[in-house]
Design a protein around this ligand. Structure first.
Ligand code: ADP
Length: 450
């Protein structure tokens, strides 16, 4: 097992990893930018190192600084959290060259899944169903038109290097294709420095359903069920739940088995998420994330498995002790992402938290790194915290969530708490009857302005 883990991240995920390390008796190193000197993860860790100025590219993405912090503190492993360097294959390799373990998958798998075109090819080869679309990248408009006509409009132009919903444009008709291609290419170039794009059939009312996997890199791998993340704004998840209101046991077992088998075949190491769109009883692979996800607590709630603990164990070379038959699903869990944003305009609202009260009681978990008097800096994502609620049934979970939202106080800044209050009053949400465009449609019809 590792002696000392450096956490190359900030905010709630840094706290989440710190907590797991404390329970495992592993010493911890926090790294932080100058803007985060007062951050909770810095206070909580055994040691801390300032790695640069506020801009992420100069601190949390600064590989030489992080490497220097490992050397100064003698850390023998790095946990990258999510975002930042978590899916940077080169970072994993550089750490290995310096005898520091990367708590994540093999560089080779990060690289394959980081290129969405390559990822889809790999998925197809492994027997995972994919969204119909171009076989690889599309270079010319003429080629794109030929493929789009064959798969049928509407089509979605997507960036090969995509992430966070950027570089994605819909063409509803042939007339819109050329503009969609050039906008997606320009966006992809600006965001990722790579303008390669590909085409996919645009699905009109799918759900986003993802499968959590865990492997030990030696050919043992299991799945931990699904999360339904269909409630999204601008392709960003807002609410996640498990089990999905749309799946039954046999559909879950079937897709879970396909995915787990694929992970055994590639000898996947660590935690990962295979993401699908689900429409009319069919699953369509869209991408795989080779890291821990924001919404992992939903799975932890219903399986009672500590995903960070398992992630650290397998990264240290341990074999998977859990078998598929050890995994069972208990009750229902929902996670709400509480952001520092205006709940109507969604404008970011950084600033000082004047009063803070975290909800509590049976079935409530809050993963956050804020405290009363803390100032949310303007430089990073706007996540204030995640409220995760567990109940015996979905109905109990919804009642508990409503109660927990009423209890929660975050004063001084705007948050998206009122959005969740409004959602809980909607019949479609209560019935679990929603798809990936539902939230945008609700907002477009003024759902938050009443
Ligand atoms: P990113 O890596 O940018 O998050 P994804 O491929 O994971 O991109 O897609 C993000 C979201 O975009 C999905 O959850 C879904 O809402 C939407 N999306 C992606 N592909 C399609 C598609 N073919 N049809 C309709 N919506 C899609």
């Amino acid at each position: 097992m590792f002696d000392k883990i450096l956490i190359a991240n900030r905010g709630e995920i840094a706290m989440r990893v710190l907590r797991a390390c404390k329970e495992l008796g592993i010493r911890t190193v926090a790294v932080h930018s100058t803007a985060d000197a007062e951050a909770m993860h810095v206070r909580f860790a055994d040691e801390s190192v300032c790695i640069g100025p506020p801009a992420a590219k100069d601190s949390y993405l600064n590989i030489p600084s992080i490497l220097a912090a490992c050397e100064i503190t003698g850390a023998d492993a790095v946990h990258p959290g999510y975002g930042f360097l978590s899916e940077n294959a080169r970072f994993a390799e550089i750490l290995a060259e310096h005898n520091v373990a990367f708590i994540g998958p093999k560089a080779e798998h990060i690289r394959i899944m980081g290129d969405k075109i390559e990822a889809k090819r790999t998925a197809k080869r492994l027997g995972i169903p994919i969204v119909p679309g171009s076989d690889g990248g599309v270079t010319s408009d003429t080629e794109a038109m030929k493929i789009a006509t064959a798969i049928g409009f509407p089509v979605l132009v997507k960036a090969a290097a995509g992430g966070g919903g950027r570089g994605m444009k819909v063409a509803h008709t042939a007339g819109e294709l050329s503009a969609a291609l050039s906008t997606a290419r320009a966006e992809a170039k600006a965001a990722f420095g790579d303008d390669a794009v590909y085409l996919e059939k645009y699905l009109e009312k799918p759900r986003h359903i993802e499968i959590q996997v865990l492997g030990d890199g030696k050919g043992n791998a299991i799945h931990l069920g699904e999360r339904d993340c269909s409630l999204q704004r601008r392709h960003q998840k807002v609410w996640e739940e498990s089990p999905s209101p749309a799946l039954n046991t046999s559909a879950r077992d079937e897709i879970g088995d396909v995915v787990a088998k694929a992970m055994r075949e590639i000898k996947y190491l660590g935690v990962g998420t295979v993401e699908f769109l689900y429409e009319d009883g069919q699953f369509y692979f869209i991408e795989m994330n080779t890291r821990i996800q924001v919404e992992h607590p939903v799975t932890e709630a219903i399986t009672d498995i500590d995903l960070i603990f398992e992630q650290i164990r397998v990264a240290a070379g341990a074999e998977l002790t859990l078998r598929q038959s050890d995994v069972s699903f208990r009750g229902h869990a929902i996670e709400c992402r509480i952001n520092a944003e205006n709940p109507v305009s969604f404008r970011p609202s950084p600033g000082k938290i004047l009063h803070y009260h975290a909800s509590g009681g049976l079935g409530i978990r809050i993963d956050s790194a804020v405290y009363q008097g803390y100032s949310i800096p303007p430089y990073y994502d706007s996540l204030v915290g995640k409220l995760i609620v567990h109940g015996k049934t979905r109905q109990e979970c919804l009642m508990r969530l409503k109660r927990a939202i009423d209890e929660m106080v975050v004063d001084g800044i705007d948050t998206t708490l009122p959005l969740f209050r409004a959602l809980l009053a909607e019949a479609d949400i209560i019935d679990g009857n929603y798809h990936i465009h539902w939230l945008e449609q609700f907002l477009a019809r003024g759902g938050m302005e009443a």
